[in-house]
Write a new protein. Structure first.
Length: 259
């Protein structure tokens, strides 16, 4: 059977690796280069690096750090943080970044999605969508690190991103970020069923069963997680980890007919 991509999503605060809860309380985890080396040894499918403060601080993700990551990483990796012009994308690609993640600037300047995909190809562009549940039901897109409400419906916005040339959509649940209680399956499924391109689920995974649910029930094409791959045990001791390829394949085969 086809096994979905399983992707550690690593958050950066400047050049340090951090983990958040509901996009707040960033906790220092360690050196991202050391994490990359461990993920290399574990033959990880791919990695995503996101600088959580770049847009809010009106700067870019560190090119110096990404150059070091590119020198170390054996697997493909994507990166984002403060991307707001074609030169930003060009610089990241030239460093060895496979896909560029765009979030707030795509919300505020939707024409940039088409411009960037036409320039660099759709397969290069991931549109990341941060989402919160609304008080009386439904969902809303937030920008600028989850601090600014946009009034946008995530399904409708995802469809427009797809029509504009996005290569992938990454759906991040702000409410479930760092909680390790499972993905927002309803949201993921609504988006995945509405667009004809890969959807990356993100926010809330705490175990392999959560990954399975997002794939088989949420129709996600890829499964991203942070806490699952940097913590171990109920006290959340820091331990970079990733299941073996055979373990992952056997797990998805086993669960194919149980979801």
């Amino acid at each position: 059977m086809f096994r979905p991509r399983v992707i550690p999503c690593l958050l950066l605060k400047n050049t340090g690796l951090v983990k958040t809860i509901k996009f707040k309380e960033p906790r220092y985890i360690g050196d991202p280069i050391n994490a990359v080396r461990i993920f290399n040894a574990k033959e990880t499918d791919e990695l995503i690096f996101l600088d959580i403060n770049a847009t809010k601080e009106r700067r870019k993700i560190s090119l110096e750090l990404l150059a070091k990551i590119a020198d170390e990483a054996y697997m493909p990796f994507s990166a984002g943080g403060g991307v707001n012009c074609l030169d930003d994308i060009k610089n990241l690609i030239n460093l060895g970044v496979e896909k560029v993640v765009i979030n707030s600037y795509a919300v505020e300047h939707p024409e940039f999605i088409k411009e960037s995909s036409e320039t660099f190809g759709s397969s290069t562009i991931i549109i990341s969508i941060d989402v919160k549940k609304k008080l009386f039901g439904g969902y809303e897109v937030y920008s600028r690190g989850g601090t600014k409400s946009t009034g946008l419906d995530p399904v409708g916005y995802a469809v427009r991103c797809a029509e504009s040339g996005a290569g992938e959509i990454m759906i991040n649940s702000i409410d479930r970020d760092g909680m390790m209680e499972g993905y927002e399956i309803e949201l993921i499924k609504k988006v995945a069923d509405a667009v004809d391109l890969p959807v990356i689920a993100s926010g809330g995974a705490g175990n392999l069963k959560d990954l399975s649910a997002a794939y088989f029930k949420g129709n996600a094409s890829a499964l991203a997680a942070g806490s699952l791959f940097v913590y171990h045990g109920p006290r959340r001791a820091v331990l970079i980890n990733y299941p073996g390829k055979e373990e992952l394949f056997n797990f998805f085969v086993k669960n194919e007919n149980t979801n």
